[in-house]
Design a protein around this ligand. Sequence first.
Ligand code: PLP
Length: 419
Amino acid sequence: MNHLATERPLSAPAFDVAGIRAQFPILERQVHGRPLIYFDNAATSQTPLAVIDTFRDYFCRYNANIHRGLHTLADEATAAYEATRETVRNFLNAADRREIVFTRGTTEAINLVANSWGRANLKAGDEVLVSLLEHHSNIVPWQLLAAQLGIKVRVIPVDERGVLDLDAYRALFTERTRLVAVNHVSNAFGTINPVREMATIAHEHGALILVDGAQAVPHQRVDVRAIEADFYAFSGHKVYGPTGAGALYARAELLEAMPPWQGGGEMIKSVSFDVPTTFADIPHKFEAGTPAIAEVIALGVALDWVRGVGLERIGAWEATLLERATMAVSRIDGLRILGTAPDKAGVLSFVVDGAHSQDIALLIDQLGVAIRTGNHCAQPLLAHFGVTATCRASFAAYNTLEEVDAFVDALERVIGMVR
Ligand code: PLP
């Protein structure tokens, strides 16, 4: 039994969590005969009816390829797809919708920057700074370039709380530093990084900054101009939208100067065997082939949904969930939380003495609780902390304080079984 339940009332900032839950049909399901408690939101969040209905509407009414049709369905699909570009622009407060490139998600967005901007601007000996907190998506594309171009990947260290060491960050800059690639929020530990300050420091040294916003956009308002991001990437499926659609923000002048990455339909102006092929204007220069049309349209609906609930309110609610969960699990004998930054998003990563993380996740699933275990695609970070896996509970707008208490009870039961 966790003790918090009796000490603290089940109250929190006024937030209509019941009204929100009612919009997520999946939350009604049972898992192994118990109500689902879904705490794997950092991997993928669930989708509200508004997003689900978008697919039905699209495929029932206006499924067509975009940009190239002269018929009504193609026009409607194109308009809805391009309207999402404006939604994303507005969501990130970008200056111009041409600065929004649709991608499959964060991974593809970062690979686009590495392969287009990186290959055009980096040469042997140039340096890219990445942090120890990065997801493999923001490490491996730079390592591939290191192997192919001879650039150096240098690592910004963290302290014992999982907070980036800004003095060490400053000290890493040399005249060869060209780019800083850092996440806004760590998926493994939940640390919120001071990307605004990091951008200023990068720019003072003449370097650009790419911010991986996969774990930030679901929890806080992001203003790419205020944080002075040169590149900003995120995925739809972590912000109540579908898989297969995400976006890259890049300042227009950078995109203008970057060569295309993938070639194909849609990204050209003219193609010839006799004179050089010419390319479409931005952002279409970077959107080769038929995109995930329905998914992109649904992504726009998801972002509208999030804005409708209010990111500040979602962030405050998740902070309440995190605080309750953190206090309760801290009392469990032998449980160690990894990632204790003062500024954290709703991610609780932990290991338990004498209990394998995988066993905990498998057994707690039998009690209806979905958490993630493993290296969270952050092997260097976990290795630094001397572990190969953690259990991770991560929260979203539809989670409740009662679910937190039920999770803690289930965790205590499971630990008792495996020890
Ligand atoms: N970056 C971070 C911080 C993430 O949490 C994730 C996914 O977990 C990614 C990048 C990769 O996102 P995707 O798999 O949607 O491309």
